[in-house]
Design a protein around this ligand. Structure first.
Ligand code: NAP
Length: 485
């Protein structure tokens, strides 16, 4: 169990099965540019099979006591924890992220997702409303049926488990589609679910491309709930497919997040935090702060120290324990990053650090997809480089003179996912947080997570919220029962 598989098959009705069409595509390791396994290239027929399994399983699973469902999820969490090292290695190979990051962030957070929702369902409350002397109402929150869960490649197990755990905890059955670029940890999770004794058909995982498998999920009339995380362009397609069928949809989309540093900040903390929020996972986290704004009086010193610190990041083989910066997920993403670095220069930007592909770190990685951490200064706030999501290790730094100005800069963007504010002035922290149009505002921190808080984006960063109570509500249908007195 849990050796990295050579062939990644679908998991339907509790078994690993070939895609009906018999097709596979290569799964490329970003650090080497070479295939290291094959992944099922499924289509709508496989989704039909998964729907049949999920439908059959729903009757029993949805009626199980919450405590019993909870025990399955806790067992899954324990088994992933037991195999943490294997999951972390697979995640690093699949994505190109440093193994230390997969070990310390992605896999522990996936385990926490299962534990959190396993126990949350034990404490759920129902509302009652008394209508004077006439009636009383209570609200039943029931599982909706089959949930379609579609996730991206950047945080594969973490984001998939963030959807699977609440969906099945409340009694739905699920069909999940990981990105075909990073399918291995989802495959391993299926092995784990099997070992945990999760009843057949409760979780089905169908691998393949977005246009084939993702679109078949959004189009299937029996999959009535769609939780999607990915880019804004794809999110629009998902919304279009789901609207005529009146599906319940949650969309967690892209970001172009402002990171605001006031001169009164603890600059040591702001610099360390900003380097992390700019370059963690090579900048391929939807929450990365890719637009850095620094108050003019602190600007020069900040830029010098930020660059000095970024230059110390060790770009190396993702499987090396000391690596800070690994590989970019694929060639397409690498080309996109290069395109934006060229564009930034055409728009008047100056490359203050990085800006190109580095020497390969070793012979194994000779054909891998690497890009230097890149810092660009001197760009106008409204240019394309400052408005469009690059999703790579590229940040811009821009000075500002006062609070009003930087709030306007932060909000001058179609996205509204997250922001960071660095200041020691408490009143300012509250004032600015209230006025920035992002779903999350971190003050003097980045990526701190409490699983109870609502998570999601404003504007083109999404619709709906995940996390905590919001997720439990999303995956259930409220039904009012009104009883006359
Ligand atoms: P993506 O291209 O939008 O893909 C996301 C998922 O959707 C993948 O599984 C993809 O399959 C699938 N898909 C593609 N076309 C589809 C269609 N027509 N119908 C249904 N599903 C379809 O995004 P990505 O490049 O994997 O991920 C990067 C993006 O995700 C960035 O924009 C990032 O900001 C965003 N993101 C957002 C959050 C958040 O919480 N807001 C978190 C992480 C990432 P294929 O892989 O086969 O194309």
């Amino acid at each position: 169990m849990h050796a990295e598989p050579l062939q990644i098959r679908n998991f339907i009705d509790g078994e690993f099965v070939e895609p009906i069409g018999g097709k596979y595509v290569d799964n490329i390791e970003p650090a080497t540019g070479k295939p290291y396994s094959q992944v099922a290239d499924s289509d709508a027929q496989d989704i039909d099979l998964a729907v049949a399994a999920a439908e059959k399983a729903f009757a029993d699973w949805s009626r199980k006591p919450a405590a019993e469902r909870s025990r399955f999820l806790l067992r899954i969490a324990d088994l992933v924890e037991r195999d943490l090292e294997k999951f972390a290695r697979a995640e690093s190979i699949d994505t190109g992220k440093p193994i230390s990051l997969a070990r310390s962030l992605d896999i522990p957070r996936a385990i926490a997702n299962f534990r959190f929702f396993a126990t949350a369902i034990l404490h759920a409350e129902s509302e009652a409303h008394i209508t004077d002397n006439v009636a009383f109402n209570y609200t039943l929150r029931q599982p909706r049926g089959i949930a379609g869960l579609i996730s991206p490649w950047n945080l594969p197990l973490y984001l998939l488990s963030w959807k699977i755990a609440p969906a099945i905890a409340v009694g739905n059955t699920a069909i999940a589609k990981p990105s075909e670029l990073t399918p291995t940890t989802a495959y391993m999770l299926c092995e784990t679910c099997h070992e945990a004794g999760l009843p057949n058909g409760v979780l089905n995982v169908v691998h393949g491309t977005g246009p084939n498998v993702g679109a078949a999920i959004t189009a299937h009339p029996k999959i009535n709930t769609i939780s999607f995380t990915g880019g804004t362009v794809t999110g629009r397609k998902v919304a279009e497919a789901c609207a005529p069928l009146f599906k319940k949809v949650s969309l967690e989309l892209g970001g172009k997040n402002p990171n605001i540093v006031f001169a009164d900040a603890d600059l040591d903390a702001a610099i360390a935090g900003s380097v992390r929020s700019s370059f963690a996972n090579q900048g391929q986290i939807c929450l990365c702060g890719s637009r850095v704004f620094v108050e003019r009086s602190a600007y020069k010193g900040f830029v010098e120290r930020f660059i000095g610190r970024t230059a110390q990041l060790r770009l190396d083989d993702p499987l090396d324990e000391k690596t800070d910066q690994g590989a970019i997920v694929n060639k397409m993403q690498l080309d996109k990053i290069k395109f934006y670095v060229d564009l930034a220069q055409k728009e008047g930007g100056k490359i203050a650090l990085g800006g190109s592909t580095p020497q390969p770190p070793n012979e194994r990685c000779r054909e891998g997809y690497f890009f230097q951490p890149t810092v660009i200064t001197g760009l106008p706030v409204s240019c394309r480089t400052n408005r469009e999501e690059i999703f790579g290790p590229v940040v811009t730094i821009t000075p500002f003179d006062h609070e009003e100005e930087v709030i306007a800069y932060a909000n001058d963007c179609d996205y509204g996912l997250a922001s960071s504010v660095w200041t020691q002035n408490l009143s300012r922290a509250h004032r600015v947080a209230e006025r920035i149009n992002t779903g999350t505002v971190w003050v003097n921190c980045w990526l701190l997570r409490d699983l109870r808080v609502p998570f999601g984006g404003m504007k083109q960063s999404g619709v709906g919220r995940e996390g905590g109570e919001e997720a439990l509500r999303f995956f259930t249908e409220p039904k009012n029962v009104c009883i006359a007195k």
